[in-house]
Ligand binder design. Structure first.
Ligand code: G4F
Length: 330
């Protein structure tokens, strides 16, 4: 029988990759779209024509109730959030409502739908919940039992969402799993995130469209994987008999300088420093200095493993942006 999936956050990078994966598995897919005249609607309609769009908002329970009623999902993937860590310091209350309490609203809609035992739920938790400070497993990385210490309004809101999801699993028996995903990137990443900002700028520098890039702190390290690999892990979590929480990560960590080094090498530039300027506007009130994940549990239980490594990821992103920028008139 064809399975039905409801995806919130369909306009984002992960929504795109997950829809492609579920389509290849013959799911009927419903995507939640938010806002009056959302400019991303047309992109979803073009790139994912098989997705049935439903208008709803995580902060509006009646619209969520209707989304669950109309889509009758077997699986719900909550990928929606205000997800930019730096921006979350500017609108902390809104982030708490959308990224945190929004998840409670969605879980309540599932619980009150009369179909709660038929629905499996995925919550997009994040490595930002660890915060980098209690780096208590040197060399091994954060696993599912590591301490949480969020360092931003975004991280704190995600931590609430994580715990309320676990709470609904324990209290009401909802098949709800949290994927604690470390940074995952790719050609579909928004230009406001550092990897895509760099790959795009490198492409433009290569084509003579700009001569430098302005960035914030270059020292932080991240465990960067490819988003296409990570959506496979989300799906695998919901195929398990029992719900649980899993870290998805590569088990490697690299600095922003490492990313710059490889990205500029793709266009034949060995010394990136003359092309990079620091702009304090991109510094954050509190920084997460290092993130390294330990995906052993997901590898063992789900049989999940990332396929694309760090150098390949950088190459894919730079090549993609060169193609886009070549075809674009500025
Ligand atoms: O690319 P970023 O904005 O990603 P960040 O903050 O790690 O968060 C991303 O990954 C999380 C998973 O761990 C997700 F939960 C979250 O939603 C998001 O997808 O920044 C990465 C690092 C930071 O240390 C930042 O300070 O890059 C540093 N950075 C330096 N210059 C910059 C810039 N970040 C951005 N966005 N723009 C800069 O110019």
């Amino acid at each position: 029988m064809t399975k039905r999936a409801l995806i919130t956050g369909i306009t984002g990078q992960d929504g795109f990759h997950l829809a492609e994966l579920l389509k290849s598995k013959n799911y009927e897919i419903f995507g939640v779209i938010r806002g009056q005249q959302n400019p991303k609607k047309i992109i979803v309609e073009n790139d994912l024509p098989y997705v049935n769009l439903i208008e709803a908002d995580l902060t509006d329970t009646s619209s969520l109730n209707k989304a669950i009623k109309d889509s009758k999902p077997d699986e719900v993937y909550n990928l929606a959030a205000i997800s930019h860590v730096g921006y979350s310091f500017k609108i902390p209350n809104l982030v708490a409502q959308v990224t945190g309490v929004g998840v409670l609203n969605l879980l309540e809609s599932i619980r009150q739908s009369g179909r709660q035992e038929k629905i499996r739920f995925y919550q997009a938790s994040t490595s930002e919940m660890f915060g980098g400070l209690d780096y208590n497993r040197p060399g091994k990385g954060y696993d599912e039992n590591a301490l949480f210490h969020p360092r931003s309004p975004y991280g704190a809101a995600k931590l609430y969402a994580h715990w309320i999801t676990k709470n609904y699993r324990e209290s009401y028996g909802i098949h709800a799993s949290c994927g604690i995903l470390f940074n995952h990137e790719g050609p579909r990443r928004g230009l406001e995130f550092v990897t895509r900002k760099i790959s795009n700028a490198v492409a433009r520098i290569h084509l003579g469209k700009q001569d430098h890039i302005e960035l914030g702190n270059l020292e932080p390290k991240r465990d960067w994987g490819f988003a296409g690999d990570y959506v496979e892990g989300m799906w695998l979590m919901l195929q398990q008999e029992k719900p649980d929480d899993y870290v998805l990560a590569t088990g490697e960590t690299h600095s922003i300088k490492d990313f710059l080094e490889l990205a500029f090498k793709e266009i034949g530039i060995n010394d990136w420093k003359p092309y990079v300027r620091q702009n304090k506007a991109f510094l954050r009130p509190a920084e997460v200095d290092i993130l390294l994940g330990n995906p052993s549990k997901a590898e063992k239980i789900l049989g999940w493993k990332r396929k694309i490594d760090f150098p390949e990821l950088v190459k894919i992103m730079v090549e993609n942006d060169i193609t886009i920028e070549k075809n674009k008139k500025d």
